[in-house]
Design a binder for this molecule. Sequence first.
Ligand code: C5P
Length: 227
Amino acid sequence: MHLLIPAAGSGRRMGSDRNKLLLSLLGKPLLAWTLEVAEASDYITWIGIMGQPIDFPDFEEILANVSLTKPVKLIQGGATRQESVYNGLQALPATAERVLIHDGARCLATPDLFNRCAEELFRFPGLIAAIPVKDTIKITDDTGLVQDTPDRSHLWAAQTPQGFEVKLLKDCHAKGRQWGWEVTDDAALFEKCDLSVQIVPGEETNLKVTTPMDLAIAEFILKQRVS
Ligand code: C5P
């Protein structure tokens, strides 16, 4: 199965002036941890990484150190995650029927989660890893005034991997560009096209490393795993 890794973001919320995926986590760049998970997943046979060309020399160095057995392609990312995934989809080999998309910043996902998503993708045309929301969620107006409290039993925190039939997702992305839809994950495009998206149980530790606090938590979790 093909895997696309959006890795073309910046380190703004991390307070860093470089791509946060190049930051070191227990002596290895964040992206290296993510690639090792992809390498260890039985189902992944091809990896595309969307990045900004300025980061490609660093990506090449990471790839040299991780020594993957699977073919890897570096793909130019876009100005938004959505654009980066769009570019990734165009760069897939013509034979690709199903694709997993996994944020480079979720470096704590396990190969088991990848395998479960890959297996389920033979049963469902679209799916996402997600976990039940623990907090009570409030919906506010622009001034911060609470408008509603949705029933928590139906709320899920979306993660990646997200998986899709390639043809369907390509069509959804094309429609998104045509109609100017701006979304933060690929499942949202699927939903907008009235296609169903199945939840696959995600992992509580599969956090998206976004802030310096996340980096500290990720380090803690990885230390538990390697010790
Ligand atoms: O910024 P955020 O952490 O939400 O980004 C999620 C993932 O999307 C990250 O792995 C990031 O590198 C990627 N991304 C991208 N292209 C962008 C912005 C973000 O591939 N223009």
